[in-house]
Design a protein around this ligand. Structure first.
Ligand SMILES: O=C([O-])C(=O)C[C@H](O)[C@@H](O)C(=O)[O-]
Ligand SMILES: [Mg+2]
Length: 424
């Protein structure tokens, strides 16, 4: 079996005005959809970053895969490495919130984009679910958490009508957002994206969530926007309210000191983003839970390696997300299903994406009781809806955004918005 055709299609989909440590989401999020077709008619799908630098590498790799055996993932890695070495990728503004967009992650992120599509193709050829190529499913239902954001009701100068979630800036609105998400999807744990408003206010929102949903595990993620002192002060207010404390303060050293001073379990997708940082983190006990993300950790199989390393060094493992569609969700679910020590519900932005903006046949994937179900369908069990792909590609062409920049977007609301970090 040989690869006959590789297509990388950039897409844009509507994204709500979600607040974070950098600023605010732009009205469109970018992704790329990868299709790999074999000479005997099988197709594998992948989804990755659609920002210009990531897209440029994917487009440089795509034609080099023609004629390759889709089982030869070592050859894929070599092609990606040579391509990245030849074209030094540009750095990306605001990459800390989307670590896979960072130039240093160019190999792992491009490799991952094509690895998922090759594994999907292999699994279709063998007529088995993709997870079988990862050692088989330890669980066939993968739990996800309700991922809450502070948000405005609508985008500034919005190119489309407001989303149905409304404003969420105070305790009542955040509890209402959680209630809707839990009622619609059945999530059994809650994450609050923080680092956007005053820390005491964000902690008050956690307290309100605790009161409204007693017994549900809670997490807060200020994306490194709190100083060490603020993080300690908030830890005192939070007491034992949290399942884990995600990236409150920047840097491996800051997180190590915070853990030493509070004893709280710290999770990260910011200070441990590759195996070198993993090694440095273990040496100083910076974090206790690593949030994996196959998009920048070098694919599904390297995510399994990361999970094994976490197990070896006594760390927990959970999963990070960025704005994404169903191919990414299913790839996340398949690898999560294969990892024995994935003991936490994974993050997902999927509920924030609009129901009419999915590129797979059948529309948006369901969560049942907060879980994505792994079926026995071959591969990821997904088929592309070409009309939808075309529509979201047209939207990419017309939306004018080529690189995520939450700071630039916030300056449209607040012209003197600073990038200083930590802000609080
Ligand atoms: O856990 C995280 O840090 C994220 O999910 C990063 C994302 O970029 C999030 O901050 C967002 O979507 O604004
Ligand atoms: Mg995070």
């Amino acid at each position: 079996m040989k690869i006959k055709r590789v297509t990388v299609t950039p897409i844009a989909f509507r994204d709500p005005p979600l607040l974070n440590a950098s600023g605010i989401h732009e009205p469109f999020a970018l992704r790329s959809i990868i299709e790999i077709e074999s000479d005997n008619g099988y197709i594998g799908l992948g989804e990755s970053y659609g920002d210009a630098p990531a897209l440029a590498i994917q487009q440089q790799v795509q034609d080099q895969l023609i004629g390759m055996d889709p089982f030869n993932l070592n050859q894929l890695r070599a092609i990606v490495q040579a391509t990245v070495a030849a074209h030094k990728p540009a750095s990306v503004a605001g990459a800390e919130l989307a670590p896979g967009s960072h130039a240093s992650k160019a190999v792992s992120n491009a490799y991952s984009a094509f690895e998922v599509a090759c594994l999907d193709l292999q699994a279709h050829y063998l007529n088995v679910p993709l997870v079988d190529l990862l050692g088989g499913a330890i669980r066939d239902e993968v739990p996800f958490s309700a991922y809450l954001f502070f948000k405005y009701a609508e985008h500034i100068d919005s190119p489309y009508p407001a989303d149905s979630w409304g404003e969420a800036l105070n305790e009542q609105q955040i509890v209402a957002q959680a209630r809707r998400m839990i009622e619609e999807y059945g999530f059994k744990s809650i994450k609050l994206k923080a680092g956007a408003l005053e820390p005491e206010h964000e902690v008050a929102c956690i307290k309100a969530l605790k009161q409204a949903f007693p017994g549900l595990p809670l997490r807060i993620d200020p994306n490194g926007n709190w100083s060490l002192e603020t993080s300690i002060r908030m830890a005192e207010l939070l007491g034992d309210d949290l399942q884990y404390y995600e990236d409150p303060t920047p840097g491996l050293e800051g997180m190590a000191e915070l853990h030493k001073r509070t004893g709280l379990p710290l999770a990260t997708n910011m200070v441990v983003t590759d195996f070198d940082e993993f090694r440095r983190s273990v040496a100083q006990d910076s974090v206790q839970i690593v949030l994996a993300d196959h998009h920048y950790w070098g694919g599904l199989r390297d995510t399994q390696v990361l999970a094994k390393m976490c197990d070896t060094f006594g760390l927990g493992v959970s999963m990070h997300s960025n704005s994404h569609l169903g191919i990414s969700l299913m790839a996340m679910a398949h690898v999560a299903a294969s990892v024995p020590n994935l003991d936490y519900a994974c993050d997902t932005h999927y509920p924030w994406q609009e129901p009419d903006e999915e590129v797979i046949k059948g529309g948006k994937l369901p969560f049942v009781d907060g879980c994505v179900k792994i079926t026995r369908a071959p591969g990821l069990g997904l088929e592309l809806d070409r009309d939808q792909l075309g529509k979201l590609h047209e939207q990419f062409l017309s939306c004018g955004i080529r690189q995520r920049d939450d700071v630039r977007q916030m300056r449209r609301y607040k012209p003197d918005w600073k990038t200083v970090k930590p802000r609080f």
